[in-house]
Design a protein around this ligand. Structure first.
Ligand SMILES: Nc1ncnc2c1ncn2[C@@H]1O[C@H](COP(=O)(O)OP(=O)(O)O)[C@@H](O)[C@H]1O
Ligand SMILES: CC(C)(COP(=O)(O)O)[C@@H](O)C(=O)NCCC(=O)O
Length: 313
């Protein structure tokens, strides 16, 4: 019997293995082909059409059902207020949380592609929270560059305002854009969001709570991408080594100096960043938010998802 109130508590969560989850796809057709999936997969991510069929199609069916139910809930409030019934869709907001390098962005992109195939919600926008990081100059001024990705390194008020405006149906809302190359906010560039049917917000700390309203209070559904900490460390280091010949090779890359490191030197550098920044953030801030997720996807060492935990209440 899991501890009450945790994501091991069977009165809170339903634990399903891959086969049980796979069967919940029912008759949903496969709507992605190999090439499309290839485009969606992040560096170092191993995902194939079997995983999409057995993990992501059932998930997109569950969310599709919840989008319809949520619209009926909003209609009920309109009826109560005596408002004229309109077909206006209130954007359905999904949060995707998890550690640096766990594969959040791949999960977000695959889910966005599948959800956009439904006629009732074809407009799916994906926003990453790194655009709401404080600019490097501000992080340096506050002396918190070593806390990048921690809750205090974000403009949380701007993030909450952004999601509130999208959810309230504003015609056009913009978000700042982050560059992993320059490791900073891109000046004068904005990401435009125009009344999506579904907004997916992906980032380390999207399930954070606090004494005041936080973005997670505006979520209609949330996913936590989970894996053993030791596995994520291996994935982070492996991706870092791969990036020497891709992202870091760009002379504008913040990590350009690492592109010429040997395997051993790059391994030491990656492990240092993991141990000093990303692992403490995972342990202190991200892992504690896992019980708040609607759904937990548990990855094995080979990135495959073999266990799913679904909130029952
Ligand atoms: N230092 C970096 N340089 C270039 N790209 C990066 C760097 N760090 C992360 N990325 C890329 O940015 C995306 C988001 O990474 P991250 O926030 O760690 O989330 P996750 O790996 O869980 O999707 C991933 O596609 C990853 O490959
Ligand atoms: C940009 C990140 C904070 C992730 O932000 P997110 O998109 O999850 O909001 C993270 O990828 C990062 O750069 N962390 C700092 C330590 C590192 O370089 O890995």
């Amino acid at each position: 019997m899991g501890r009450p109130g945790t994501d091991r508590d069977p009165s809170l969560y339903l634990e399903l293995d891959r086969k049980q989850w796979r069967d919940l796809r029912k008759s949903m057709p496969m709507v992605l082909n190999e090439d499309e999936l290839e485009q969606l997969t992040g560096l170092g991510e191993q995902i194939d059409l079997t995983e999409v069929a057995e993990v992501y199609l059932p998930l997109s069916r569950l969310i599709h059902l919840q989008v319809a139910a949520r619209q009926r809930l909003f209609a009920a409030t309109s009826t109560f207020l005596g408002e004229r019934q309109t077909n206006r869709q209130v954007p359905f907001v999904i949060g995707i949380a998890g550690s640096v390098a766990v594969g959040k962005s791949t999960t977000a992109r695959v889910l966005a592609a599948l959800l956009a195939r439904w006629e009732s919600h074809p407009k799916v926008d994906l926003v990453t929270t790194d655009g709401f990081l404080l600019p490097t100059a501000e992080l340096q001024r506050r002396g918190i560059m070593h806390r990048k990705g921690f809750p205090e390194s974000y403009d949380r008020r701007a993030l909450l305002r952004f999601v509130t405006e999208v959810k309230s149906g504003a015609r056009e809302v913009t978000a700042p854009v982050y560059s992993h190359i320059t490791y900073d906010i891109v000046p004068d560039v904005r990401h435009y969001i125009r009344q999506p049917d579904i907004l997916i917000l992906e980032g380390l700390n999207v399930l954070q709570t606090g004494p005041t309203l936080t973005v997670s209070d505006l979520f209609d559904f949330s996913v936590y991408v989970d894996a053993k900490t030791d596995d994520i460390e291996k994935w982070y280091i492996s991706r870092f080594l791969q990036m020497r010949t891709t992202a870091f090779a760009d002379p504008n890359s913040h990590f350009h100096l690492y592109s010429s490191l040997s395997d051993d030197q790059a391994h030491v550098a990656a492990r240092d960043i993991w141990t000093s920044i990303n692992r403490p953030n995972l342990i202190e801030n991200i892992l504690p938010t896992r019980p708040r997720a609607t759904l937990v996807l548990r990855k094995d060492t080979d990135h495959s998802i073999n266990r799913v935990r679904l909130r029952k209440i």
